[in-house]
Design a binder for this molecule. Structure first.
Ligand code: MTE
Ligand code: MO
Length: 427
C-alpha cells in the first residue's frame, strides 16, 4: 500500500478521501484568523505523499536549448534572496458539493473549506529562471531548437534570429524569448501504475513578472513545509488556482508548450452545462489559471438552530479573487437575496495590501457582520427558516452568479455562486 507511510493528519480536518488523502478545514476554524495554522490547512493530494530527503534533494531547472541547472536546497537558500508572500491557496473544486446537489459531478465532495492562507517564504521563481538563461545560453552550449518542437506557426529561427536569441538569453530568460511560453513544474509524487508524476504549468508572463510574486517556497508560516504541503520545496503561484502550486517540486522546464500532464490537459477546465463525459472536448477550453471572485459563509454552520428571541446573528466568512484583485465589498442577505447589507471587511493578514487593492491582493479578505433576525409578524408568526447569503465584488467589479445551475460543469470546478446557508428559525 503506497499510502501506508502517509503522514498523520490533524483530527479537526474533515477528510474527503483517504487514499490519496484529501481533507478540508471546518468553517469554524477557517475564518477564526486571517492566517490558517499549518496543521489545519486543507490538503489536496492526487497521489501518495513522497518522502524526500532534504540533503539529497535536487531541483533541476531546464529549458529548450539551454544547459540544465541543478540546485540543492542549501544552494537555493544561499544563492537567491529570501522572499515572503502572504497568499491564499484555493482548490479549483472548492464548494463542489453544491454543484453535485444540482446534478452529479466527478470529484471530491468539498464544502467551502478547501482554501487557506499562509505566509510562504522561499526564493522567487523569477530569480531562478534568470539564472537559467544567463548560465546556459550565453555560452557555446546553445543549439538550434529541434524542428519537431516548432511545428505549427513558428519556423526554426534563421541565423540572425538565432543570434538575437543568443543575445536576449545572455541576460537571462526573458518574456521576449520566442521559444518559451510556459513554465512547467513537476512534483516527485508518482502514480505507481502509470508512472505519471503530478505536473502543471503557468504562462511565462506570470512566472517572470516582477509583481507576479511566484515563489519556490520552503517555508509555510515560518516553519519548514510539512510532508503534506510539499516538503522540502513547492511552488506558490499567488492569485492562481491551487492546482498550479506544485508540491514536492523537483523539476522546472521552460517550454514552448504547456504541461502535458493529465491535470493541465484533461482536468481543471470548465465547460457549458450541457457538456457531458461523452461530448467533452478537453482541448477546446484553456486550463484554469486565475479563478473568479468568490466568497463563503463560514459561520454559522448549516444546521445551527437560530432563536428569533436572540434578535440578531453574527455571520462570518471569507472572500477572495484570482489575479491579485482585491475585495472591495461583501454583501450579505438573510432573506435568500431579496435584501442586502454590506459586511465589514476585516484588516488584511500581515504582508497583504488593504481590501480593494487593484493588484497584489493575493490573500483573502475575512468579513463579518451582525444582522437582525426576522421579528414575529402581527399574528405572531415567524418564517420557519432563514436563508443567509453572501456575495463579493472584486477590484474589477466582478461579482458572483446567483445560482449554481448556470455555471454547473461536469468536473464541478470554479463554483463561485452566491453562498447560501439555510437555518431553522425557532421562536
Ligand atoms: N502538487 C503535487 N505534486 N501533487 C498534488 O497532488 N495538488 C494540487 C497542488 N499541488 C498537488 C500539487 C492541488 S489540486 C491543490 S488545490 C494544491 O496543491 C493544494 O495544496 P495543499 O495541499 O498544500 O493545500
Ligand atoms: Mo485543487
Amino acid at each position: 500500500d503506497p499510502y501506508a507511510s502517509d503522514p498523520a493528519r490533524h483530527p479537526a480536518l474533515i477528510a474527503r478521501s483517504m487514499r490519496p488523502y484529501n481533507g478540508e478545514t471546518p468553517g469554524s476554524l477557517l475564518a477564526a484568523a486571517p492566517i490558517t495554522p499549518n496543521d489545519i490547512f486543507f490538503t489536496r493530494n492526487h497521489l501518495p505523499v513522497p518522502h524526500l530527503d532534504a540533503e539529497a534533494f535536487r531541483l533541476r531547472v531546464e529549458g529548450e536549448g539551454t544547459r540544465a541547472l541543478e540546485f540543492s536546497l542549501e544552494e537555493l537558500k544561499t544563492r537567491f534572496r529570501k522572499h515572503s508572500v502572504t497568499a491564499t491557496v484555493q482548490c479549483t473544486g472548492n464548494r463542489r458539493n453544491e454543484m453535485s446537489a444540482v446534478k452529479p459531478v466527478k470529484g471530491l465532495e468539498w464544502d467551502q473549506g478547501a482554501i487557506g492562507t499562509a505566509v510562504w517564504s522561499g526564493v522567487r521563481l523569477r530569480d531562478v529562471l534568470r539564472a537559467l538563461g544567463s548560465r546556459g545560453l550565453g555560452s557555446r552550449v546553445w543549439r538550434p531548437p529541434a524542428p519537431a518542437l516548432t511545428l505549427c506557426c513558428s519556423p526554426v529561427p534563421r541565423l540572425p534570429a538565432a543570434m538575437r536569441l543568443l543575445a536576449l538569453r545572455a541576460a537571462g530568460l526573458s518574456e521576449e524569448d520566442p521559444l518559451v511560453k510556459h513554465i512547467i513544474f513537476e512534483g516527485a509524487d508518482k502514480d505507481a501504475t502509470t508512472g505519471d508524476v503530478y505536473g502543471a504549468s503557468i504562462p511565462v508572463s506570470k512566472a517572470l513578472a516582477a509583481d507576479g510574486d511566484v515563489l519556490l517556497a520552503y517555508e509555510m508560516n515560518g516553519q519548514p513545509l510539512s510532508k503534506d504541503h510539499g516538503f522540502p520545496l513547492r511552488v506558490i503561484v499567488p492569485g492562481v488556482t491551487g492546482a498550479r502550486s506544485v508540491k514536492w517540486l523537483n523539476r522546472i522546464v521552460a517550454s514552448q508548450y504547456e504541461s502535458g500532464s493529465h491535470w493541465q490537459q484533461r482536468d481543471y477546465k470548465s465547460f457549458c452545462p450541457s457538456v457531458d463525459w461523452d461530448s467533452v472536448e478537453w482541448g477546446s477550453a484553456p486550463a484554469i489559471q486565475e479563478p473568479p471572485v468568490t466568497s463563503a459563509i463560514t459561520e454559522p454552520a448549516p444546521g445551527t438552530p437560530l432563536s428569533a428571541a436572540d434578535g440578531e446573528i453574527t455571520i462570518r466568512g471569507y472572500a477572495w479573487s484570482g489575479g491579485g484583485r482585491g475585495i472591495v465589498r461583501v454583501d450579505v442577505s438573510t432573506d435568500g437575496g431579496r435584501s442586502w447589507a454590506p459586511a465589514r471587511l476585516l484588516p488584511p493578514p500581515p504582508g497583504a495590501p488593504p481590501p480593494g487593492s487593484y493588484s497584489g491582493a493575493w490573500a483573502w479578505t475575512l468579513w463579518e457582520t451582525t444582522v437582525p433576525l426576522p421579528k414575529p409578524s402581527a399574528d405572531g408568526s415567524l418564517p420557519p427558516a432563514v436563508e443567509l447569503v453572501c456575495k463579493a465584488v472584486d477590484a474589477s467589479y466582478n461579482s458572483q452568479p446567483d445560482g449554481v445551475a448556470g455555471i454547473w460543469n461536469l468536473r464541478g470546478v470554479v463554483n463561485n455562486a452566491w453562498h447560501r446557508v439555510k437555518l431553522d428559525l425557532e421562536p
